[in-house]
Design a protein around this ligand. Structure first.
Ligand SMILES: NC(=O)c1ccc[n+]([C@@H]2O[C@H](COP(=O)([O-])OP(=O)(O)OC[C@H]3O[C@@H](n4cnc5c(N)ncnc54)[C@H](OP(=O)(O)O)[C@@H]3O)[C@@H](O)[C@H]2O)c1
Length: 268
């Protein structure tokens, strides 16, 4: 669910070949492909359950969220998890590094969460209620997702300005674990096929927002001259980077450092 979004569209694209797929969108279309496209408004209380009862999936990936609407981010996730239980389906919820307060990163899965932003608080509530509803639920926390899908370049805060040739102020003192979206999609499929439940961090190496911007210039051919160094506002968490060794040990691989993905210039 949330297949018209950034991560959801890559989950469809990177699915194992033998899996029958359906992807839900809200207002946007789902990218065309070898899957069925469904549309619903997850803010409607019965929508998540109705589509799961109709489709009878073996696994539900819940990527949908709305930063301003707990009816989607929390209530629909919980309703979907409950419906997955009745269908004996796997349930995978995506969550965020922003469940942490940023005073003591990098954070392992069992570190106490204490969100300072409303979005992080909503996601933490969704995590707890989904886990209570579905004992086998897998909760994948990740950090800023990087990559391209259709016409989207992400993360939006950096890319939307840089792609237009506009300058952007990036924080030298805010640390995250930016991760290529395809690595999260691949890890989610692989973890969903293992008999594991609970919280897993799937995230790349720690970078400041400033360092991330510099890597994005290499990845997407933005001009580094557009980047201005800045200090983060005091209201933002300082270091919500994730310790992702638990998932990496299980999978046998870790998300790639973004710098390793920067294309090398052709030799002429
Ligand atoms: N992107 C990041 O940097 C990042 C970082 C950490 C964690 N995450 C987590 O990863 C997950 C996916 O993020 P994303 O970047 O892929 O998000 P996204 O691109 O904004 O996609 C959100 C999805 O939710 C759907 N949605 C929102 N409101 C809806 C509604 N009322 N009814 C039906 N569908 C609705 C959207 O559908 P329409 O657009 O079609 O309406 C879209 O498919 C989220 O759980 C997020 O918390 C993301």
């Amino acid at each position: 669910m949330g297949a018209s979004g950034f991560l959801g569209s890559r989950l469809l694209a990177l699915a194992p070949p033998d899996v029958a797929l359906a992807g839900t969108g809200g207002r946007r279309p789902v990218r065309p492909g070898n899957w069925r496209e469904l549309h619903l408004d997850l803010a409607t209380p019965t929508a998540a359950r109705a589509v799961i009862e109709q489709e009878r999936p073996s696994t539900v990936f819940f990527c949908a969220y709305d930063r301003t609407n707990p009816a989607v981010t929390v209530d629909a996730a919980v309703a979907a998890a409950r419906a997955a239980v009745t269908q004996a389906a796997r349930f995978v919820l995506f969550s965020t590094d922003l469940v942490f307060d940023g005073r003591d990163g990098p954070y392992a899965e069992d570190a106490p969460a204490a969100p300072v932003l409303a979005y992080g608080a909503m996601k933490l509530e969704a995590e707890a209620l989904v886990a209570a509803e579905h004992a086998g639920a897998l909760i994948i926390r990740t950090s800023l997702l990087v990559g391209e899908s259709g016409v989207m370049l992400r993360p939006a805060f950096e890319c939307d300005a840089l792609v237009r040739g506009q300058s952007v102020s990036l924080y030298r003192d805010e640390w995250r674990s930016p991760t290529h979206v395809d690595d999260v999609a691949r890890a989610a499929w692989e973890l969903s096929l293992l008999d594991v439940a609970g919280v897993y961090h799937v995230a790349g190496p720690r970078l400041s927002r400033l360092e991330l911007g510099q890597v994005l210039c290499g990845l997407f051919r933005f001009s580094p001259a557009l980047i201005r160094e800045a200090d983060r506002p005091a209201s933002r968490p300082r270091d919500t980077s994730l310790d992702a060794r638990r998932a990496a040990a299980l999978l046998g691989w870790a998300p790639r450092p973004l710098a390793s993905l920067v294309p090398q210039p052709a030799r002429v």
